[in-house]
Design a protein around this ligand. Sequence first.
Ligand code: DQQ
Length: 482
Amino acid sequence: SIVGKRYRTDYHFQPPKNWINDPCGSMYYNGVYHEFYQYNPNGSYNPNISYNIVWGHSVSMDLINWINLEPAIEPDTPSDISGCWTGSATILSGDQPIIIYTGLLDIQKHQVQNIALPKNRSDPYLREWTKAHNNPVIQPVVPGLNSSQFRDPTTGWIGPDGLWRIAVGAELNGYSAALLYKSEDFLNWTRVEHPLYSSNSSNMWECLDFFAVLPGSGGGLDLSSAIPNGAKHVLKVSMNCTDDMYMIGVYDLKRDAFVPDTVLDDSRLWPRIDYGNFYASKSFFDSKHGRRIIWAWSSETDSSSDDVAKGWAGIHSIPRTIWLDSHGKQLLQWPVEEIESLRTNEINHQALELKKGDLFEIKGIETLQADVEIDFELTSINDADPFDPSWLFDTEKHCREAGASVHGGIGPFGFVILASDNMEEHTDVHFRVYKSQQNYMVLMCSDLRRSSLRPGLYTPAYGGFFEFDFEKERKISLRTLI
Ligand code: DQQ
């Protein structure tokens, strides 16, 4: 039976029951990690595209063990009566946590921005939240603004004039914009005439995230503290319900605007935080460990009727530390190290030699949870097939065409997961190496197409390319949390 505990996650975050989507307002405050999330209190189904959705709330001391609490923010005032949508938390000076979120005014989904504050800051879990008297604090009064496309305010940051700033995603005269607002007290907001950034090359941006990173440093930065010289800024946008894209650039203080290092007209070529099932990501600065953590919603792949039967739908990805590579070009991520404390019963294999067609079975794992690290070392790369740059426009298509059974010059090589004895069901993660003009390009696919024989599931093949310098390094490392 699919009902029951067997397929509930152990590594990933989920509340005891019901539907969840976006992470909202993640923060570390006073020794406690808070995770809020879009939550349907009434069941494990999508509440009519988030109509009437609430902010669920869980807390943790270690990002692994979570205590589930009552919902923190529910639709009960005129400015959020049809739903409390995604938003962010900011910690104001004087140690004051504050949440800004999108409220839905009606079933036409007209949107405004609201504030909520903890009722009692001495409650270590900040269980109860009150709404500001002057909600909505931001109304969609901007010429050309589509008021049903105006949402998901960012965490605030302080500018050189000492004023708070936030950005809100919006569709403005057919453009996607990160509208910029300023405030002295986080309660009264004025719009800055120009957006933080805007573009006509993609659909409306949801769940904006704006943060600073220092190239080559694993440490995180708090956008409201002094930002060191050489730091870069990242604007992350979520679009099409599937893609979390980002741009690296600088925050020009004089113009109060984000200036990307590279502007790519075709948004399909923008780098992505993750090429798998990872949407509506949100990062926060973890002052306990001086790192930036990001996580996202991984939507359910079961059918809606199976979701109702099993009583839950959707998980959050493992929290990851995120930083910028030393060239300042690409964000890097790794599961938070706390997750390693769950490792027991180690199984170790070394120096395995795999030839074309070989399959090596890892035996001795009796549970459905495993934390697997594999280093693939390539003996030669001479046979790499030529890379075709047009594949970058649709990497999922390329993964479908170049599936694990299609042999190439170098690859596929990889990992087969949750395979049934006769291999009728299995999920595979595999790589292929291609030679491009300047370098090597590696394709990584995560192919779910044969993950289940059950009908009605969402079983895509995900994929992404990354550049790799095989002159320097012959090893590709894969970490898999099952
Ligand atoms: N989900 C929320 C919106 C957001 C979308 C509603 C992204 O605020 O834009 O549940 O998944």
